[in-house]
Design a protein around this ligand. Structure first.
Ligand code: FAD
Length: 483
């Protein structure tokens, strides 16, 4: 079918193209990516389903306002490199966002086709475009304005920082990214597992930023190695962007949480993703709990919980449980992740809360005392409140417990830069139009401002901050004397 001659009826007759995926029985034995990507023909077919609305509401549904209608039109016409160029005007990380963004709650949720049929698979098309550029070997690097002589320090290297650094570099400013860990990429690298987001993709996106002249310094903990004030006063940076995320795990505060075998999802995932603990002691010197043939319970219902439980399954757990206090409908994880976890044999213990972890004499975890819940009246979040069912307590034998109930902010920046205002929850307070903090020339964005949120919201915040920093520095290009 031709994009120029296709009729409305023919468009509507095209089914939503299904993404090929690894078979569940095969994939639980490896860490390779589950979804395999649309073929070029499938991508064109999917793009032909888009009716090119006069008022493309999908754009407003995207936190970074990608020109969705335009890049999809180019795919439908077979101009895949044109689509890459178009999408990159607004999103530097299409291969990543196409994989991890919750499109079903954003652009695809408002897709007009979705009113009567399945919405256009915008996320899968975005992923196709990003992958097409990588596989074609042709790199589309953005245009960079002449150097302004101004320098900006970007703290952290997660999606908020990377999108901020990208825009600032395009404006012609010199950007240096300071990252605490030895690897760049934030949660994209150490949180989201390889089977959802191959690390090679993140590394290639980082190479693109290096080609733009952005400098990366790893193993620098801002607040310890150097403070925000020192970055400005001693290192001479004109502005600082703080994108340090929300990496401090919350625990449940129930008895037995200090037993051996109870750990936070962040630690478990970091050991496996970043330290390659699954290959201990061969290529890795970081061990992780041996899950083979064991019972592992993950407490929580978000993306992190699904990532942890599916990782445990791949590490050989015989029973991999999700223990969640509400029903599946209330789970914050993406529908696709829940579906994939079920396919892989994860057991869901819904409407269940843990009361206490139980251990043996050597303080090793042996089980968890649980209680059944039922749904009562809606709470402040609009979700029905779980209420305990009296007399429903029971003990679930487990060897390992992974807590995944959310993260707070690391207090380091607040402690070492007291003139940056923080909220009661320790998130940094900003003007949401500019992402400017209470401290002159210091901006912040991403999870450190919102608390744990999404990749695309973090990227949107990074872009807002970059625009405001540029405006502040504009007209202040270094004078001859300053050089
Ligand atoms: P981060 O990605 O957390 O990056 C912060 C960086 O700052 C880190 O590299 C950290 O090491 C560094 N840093 C911290 N302190 C310092 C310091 N003092 N000095 C220097 N560097 C510092 N979102 C989605 O949209 N889709 C998903 O599918 C999804 N899945 C997720 C799965 C997991 C397991 C997790 C944990 C989160 C997931 N999220 C998902 C949420 C998403 O990853 C985050 O919202 C996003 O990464 C936040 O970006 P950020 O740039 O604010 O921070």
């Amino acid at each position: 079918m031709d994009a120029r001659t296709i009729t409305a009826k023919e468009r509507m007759a095209i089914p939503r193209q299904e993404m090929p995926a690894q078979d569940p029985q095969v994939r639980i034995g490896n860490f390779n990516e589950v979804n395999l990507g649309l073929t070029p023909e499938q991508a064109r077919q999917e793009a032909l389903r888009c009716i090119q609305c006069k008022d493309p509401v999908c754009i407003a549904g995207c936190p970074v306002n990608i020109k969705i209608d335009q890049f999809i039109k180019l795919i439908a016409e077979g101009d895949f490199m044109g689509a890459v160029r178009k999408i990159k005007e607004d999103n530097v990380l299409p291969s990543i966002c196409g994989r991890v963004c919750p499109q079903e709650d954003q652009c695809e949720k408002v897709c007009v086709i979705g009113k009567k049929h399945e919405p256009v698979a915008i996320g899968n098309l975005e992923r196709f475009v990003g992958d097409y550029e990588r596989m074609s070997g042709q790199k589309i690097d953005p245009k960079i304005a002449p150097p302004t002589g101004r320098t900006v320090a970007v703290v952290g290297s997660g999606p908020a920082s990377l999108s901020c650094a990208n825009d600032l570099a395009q404006f012609g400013h010199k950007v240096v990214v300071f990252e605490a860990l030895h690897e760049l990429g934030g949660v994209l690298m150490y949180g989201i597992p390889e089977f959802r987001l191959p690390k090679e993709i993140v590394r290639e996106e980082l190479d693109g930023l290096r080609r733009m002249g952005i400098e990366f310094r790893t193993d620098v903990v801002v607040g310890r190695t150097i403070t925000v004030d020192e970055l400005m006063e001693e290192e001479g940076f004109d502005a600082v962007f703080i994108g340090v995320g929300a990496g401090l795990p919350w625990f449940m505060g129930i008895p037995g949480e200090n037993l051996v075998g109870v750990l936070a999802a962040n630690e478990f995932l970091t050991r496996v993703n970043l330290m390659k603990a699954y290959d201990f002691p061969n290529s890795s010197d970081t061990p992780v709990f041996d899950c083979k043939g064991k019972s592992v319970a993950v407490f929580g219902g978000g993306n992190t919980a699904m990532d942890a439980v599916r990782t445990a399954k791949r590490l050989g757990a015989e029973h991999a449980y999700i223990v969640y206090r509400r029903s599946e409908k209330e789970m914050p994880a993406r529908q696709e992740e829940i579906h994939n976890a079920l396919q892989e044999g994860v057991e869901f213990l819904l409407l269940t809360i843990p009361l206490e972890f139980i251990g043996n004499e050597q303080a090793w975890l042996t089980g968890v005392k649980c209680q059944k819940m039922e749904l009562g009246e809606p709470d402040d979040s609009g979700r029905r409140r779980p209420v305990a069912v009296p007399g429903s307590e029971y003990v679930l034998p487990i060897d390992m417990a992974i807590i995944s109930i959310g993260n707070g902010s690391n207090p380091l920046i607040r402690q070492t830069t007291p003139d940056i205002e923080v909220s009661k929850k320790e998130t940094i307070v900003v003007d949401i139009n500019t992402m400017q903090t209470s401290k002159e020339n210091v901006y912040a964005g991403g999870d450190i401002v919102t608390g744990g949120a999404t990749v695309i919201l973090a990227m949107g915040a990074g872009r807002t901050a970059a625009a405001a920093i540029n405006e502040k520095l504009a007209g202040k290009a270094k004078s001859f004397e300053e050089w």
